[in-house]
Design a protein around this ligand. Structure first.
Ligand code: PMP
Length: 305
């Protein structure tokens, strides 16, 4: 099958021709900001989940890193819709990236051209096919999430993912699916590409934004759904040992969706199976993205015929 065209600085280019120069600033210094978004094939048609929130986060990430994007949130949303529709894919993962391109060599990026592209591809479950039902095995990472005054965690920037990749590689080498990072004060932060939720005695906890986590859009969705269902959910600093005595743990993320955690550092979480609250919130999420029930107006329907 033909690979989908890539939207590159306002125009569509064939997949094979969407290239950049080796001397682009981003290649040397990791100067990109990006998003990951899913388009679901819902019962009501293909729909992009929380498109506007994702594009707002992209523009915010760019602003933090002083990248002058030439596109507004609305223009970027339209560009994503066009890219998905042109691909003809009923469901896909969407990756918009804004980066520093060519210019004078050196750390100073201010003279380097800011460029944007949007690519789409097929992506199934992120943490393995059985993960959504059976859960994943994780470890506490021996790399911390970067301190708030080291790199801005609220910006979803390419360079931040060197930290995340170290965590992910170690986890895989240790036979785990994922690693959980602590912040520099030793409290629970997040996974290498997911936010973390802890359930204990019927109450739900997650790390507050501002303590070295990405403000996840799935995290926000799950907080909203949990409150609507009447659960008590608190954003607070949680110590590491809470993992070992939790009744349930789960990850949230665009790629990971709502994935139960069945063990941490070889401690079994609860009964070692997907917990009741995890399952309840997971099905509320899937009701939106699979069944197309959309009371929050989180879906942008697209025409991929
Ligand atoms: N934390 C990190 C470090 C991530 O990379 C992601 C994935 N974007 C998340 C959390 C979850 O964010 P979201 O729900 O917006 O995908």
């Amino acid at each position: 099958m033909k690979k989908p065209d890539i939207w590159f600085n306002g125009e569509f280019v064939p997949y094979e021709e969407a290239n950049i120069h080796v001397l682009s600033h981003v290649v040397h210094y990791g100067s990109s900001v990006f998003e990951g978004i899913r388009c679901y094939n819902t019962d009501e048609g293909s729909a992009i989940f929380r498109l506007e929130e994702h594009m707002k986060r992209l523009v915010d990430s760019a602003k933090v890193h002083r990248m002058e994007t030439q596109y507004s949130v609305d223009e970027l949303c339209d560009a994503v819709v066009d890219t998905v529709e042109r691909s003809g894919m009923e469901s896909c993962y969407i990756r918009p990236v804004t980066f520093r391109g060519m210019g004078p060599m050196g750390v100073n990026p201010l003279q380097n051209k800011v460029e944007t592209f949007i690519a789409v591809w097929e992506w199934g479950t992120y943490l393995g096919d059985e993960a959504l039902e059976e859960g994943v095995d994780v470890e506490v990472a021996n790399w911390n999430r970067m301190a708030p005054n080291t790199l801005p965690a609220m910006a979803k920037a390419g360079g931040n993912y060197l930290n995340a990749s170290l965590v992910k590689m170690n986890a895989l080498k240790n036979g785990m699916h994922e690693g959980i990072m602590l912040n520099t004060n030793g409290y629970l932060a997040e996974g290498s590409g997911e936010n973390l939720f802890i359930v204990r005695d019927g109450e739900i906890y997650t790390a507050p934004v501002g303590l070295s986590i990405l403000p996840g859009i799935t995290r926000d969705s799950i907080i909203t759904l949990a409150r609507e269902k009447g659960y008590s959910i608190e954003e607070k600093m949680v110590p590491r040992e809470a993992l070992y005595i939790a009744d349930e743990l789960f990850f949230t993320g665009t790629a990971a969706e709502v994935t139960p955690i069945r063990s941490v550092d070889h401690y079994t979480v609860g009964d070692g199976v997907r917990g009741e609250i995890t399952e309840d919130l997971q099905s509320a999420y899937f009701d939106i993205v699979h069944n197309g029930n959309d009371p929050h107006d989180w879906l942008t329907f697209v025409d991929v015929e």
